[in-house]
Design a protein around this ligand. Structure first.
Ligand code: ADP
Ligand code: ZN
Length: 304
C-alpha cells in the first residue's frame, strides 16, 4: 500500500491506496493554521501506519510554492505564500517524521498529472500537459515521463500571454495582473464580469476572452515541449465545456500552421478532458509515492 497527502488551499486529503490506484481510505482535514492542520494529518497517518499495514511510501502533493529540489537545504519547505502561517513550514519533514518510509513531494498539479499518466487518460504518454483552470491555473508539464523542473517546480499558469486586440482589462493576479491566471482562472472571471461565473450566459463575450488567454498559454506550451496531448480540466472548464471549441480554434489560429504534426491536425483529440475527475487530486500523492518505491516491491504477489 501507499499513503498520500494532498495539501490544498481549503482542505487536505489523506489517502491510503493500492499501487493500482484503488483508494482504500480517504480522510479530509480543513486547511487552517499549520499548527492545527499538520497534527491532524499526522494523527490520520499515525493510525494507518500504526495498524501494522505494509505501507511502502508517503507521497505529498502540495499547493505551491514549495521547494521540490532534493539538493536544496529547503527541500520540503513551503515558500512565500499568503496562507497565514504556512510560509517556511517543513511539510515533508513534519509529515514524514517517524514513518520510516521514503517521502516524495511535488506540486498538486504535477501529482495529478502523474496520476493521469499511471491510471488515467495519459496512460502510455511520456510527453503531455495536464492543465487545470480552477481557483488558479495549474500546469503539470510532463516530459520523458517526469514533470519539468529546475531549481523549482514550473509555474506555467503565471506566464504572460498576448491579449485580444483592444482588451485592456488589468487582470486579477496580485503578482502580474494579466498573466493567464489573472485572465482565465475562476476569480478572474468573477472580477471581470462582476457576477458568479455560473450566471454568465454561454454566449457572453467573456468566454472568448477566457478561451483566448488559455489558448495563448497552450501555444507557448506546444512550442516549449511539443506535448503529444493536452489534458484540460478544472472547475472552470468542467462547468463551461463550450470553452473547448474556442480554445482549440484559437490555438490553431495562433500557431498559424507553423508547427505541423499529426497530433495538432486532429485538434479534437489533442486538447481533451482528463479522465480521473475528482480522483486525480487524491491519487496525485499516491502516484508520487509509487514513483519512489521500486516496482519489484509494488508487484502484487499472486496467491499460491
Ligand atoms: P480548485 O482550483 O480550488 O482546486 P476547482 O478546480 O473545482 O477547484 O475550481 C474552482 C473554481 O471554479 C472556482 O474559482 C470557481 O470560480 C470556478 N467555477 C465554479 N463554478 C463555475 C461555473 N459554473 N462557471 C465557471 N467557473 C466556475
Ligand atoms: Zn500571475
Amino acid at each position: 500500500m501507499l499513503a498520500g497527502v494532498e495539501l490544498g488551499g481549503t482542505k487536505c486529503v489523506c489517502v491510503l491506496a493500492t499501487p493500482d490506484g484503488e483508494i482504500l481510505a480517504e480522510e479530509r482535514v480543513d486547511t487552517l493554521a499549520p499548527e492545527v492542520t499538520l497534527p491532524q494529518i499526522k494523527a490520520v497517518l499515525g493510525r494507518w501506519f500504526g495498524a501494522g499495514r505494509p505501507i511502502g511510501g508517503l507521497g505529498i502533493a502540495s499547493f505551491g510554492p514549495v521547494d521540490v529540489d532534493r539538493a536544496s537545504p529547503r527541500w520540503g519547505h513551503i515558500g512565500q505564500t499568503p496562507k497565514p502561517g504556512w510560509a517556511g513550514i517543513a511539510v515533508a519533514q513534519e509529515l514524514g517524521d517517524g514513518l520510516c518510509v521514503p517521502v516524495t513531494l511535488d506540486t498538486d498539479v504535477n501529482g495529478a498529472a502523474l496520476a493521469e499518466l499511471r491510471w488515467g487518460a495519459a496512460a502510455g504518454l511520456q510527453d503531455f500537459a495536464y492543465v487545470t483552470i480552477g481557483t488558479g491555473v495549474g500546469v503539470g508539464l510532463i516530459v520523458g515521463g517526469k514533470p519539468i523542473a529546475g531549481f523549482g517546480h514550473s509555474e506555467l499558469g503565471h506566464m504572460r500571454v498576448a491579449r485580444v486586440a483592444g482588451d485592456t482589462w488589468e487582470g486579477s493576479c496580485p503578482y502580474h495582473g494579466d498573466c493567464v491566471e489573472g485572465l482565465a482562472a475562476g476569480p478572474a472571471i468573477i472580477a471581470r464580469s462582476g457576477m458568479r461565473a455560473s450566471l454568465i450566459a454561454l454566449d457572453d463575450p467573456i468566454w472568448h476572452l477566457v478561451g483566448h488567454a488559455i489558448a495563448q498559454m497552450l501555444h507557448n506550451i506546444v512550442l516549449t515541449a511539443t506535448p503529444r496531448r493536452i489534458f484540460l480540466g478544472g472547475g472552470v472548464i468542467t462547468a463551461q465545456p463550450q470553452l473547448f471549441p474556442i480554445i482549440r480554434r484559437e490555438l490553431q489560429a495562433s500557431l498559424n500552421g507553423y508547427v505541423s504534426s499529426a497530433e495538432l491536425d486532429r485538434i479534437e483529440e489533442y486538447v481533451v478532458p482528463p479522465s480521473l475527475g475528482t480522483r486525480a487530486g487524491p491519487l496525485g500523492p499516491i502516484a508520487l509515492a509509487a514513483a519512489s518505491v521500486p516496482r519489484s516491491l509494488l508487484q502484487v504477489v499472486p496467491a499460491a
